[in-house]
Unconditional design. Structure first.
Length: 70
């Protein structure tokens, strides 16, 4: 799905920027350009950041639970 229409940046590209350490919409903009032009997509970028953060937290939690129960 396209996130940034100005530059043609997709959700996958935004996720890659997050995987490389971007944790704010400004950092994502610096890494891949999403949100660096008109700014309309910044809300979506922030939602993707939150979603990825939540998914990672759940993954780490279940990994620890599995490790402790083994």
């Amino acid at each position: 799905m396209y996130v940034c229409l100005c530059l043609g940046i997709t959700t996958e590209t935004v996720r890659e920027a997050i995987d490389c350490g971007a944790s704010t919409s400004r950092q994502v903009a610096a890494a891949c350009g999403a949100g660096s032009q008109c700014g309309r997509c910044r809300r979506t970028v922030r939602a993707i950041i939150a979603s990825e953060s939540d998914a990672r937290s759940k993954h780490h939690f279940w990994h620890r639970v599995k490790h402790l129960s083994a």
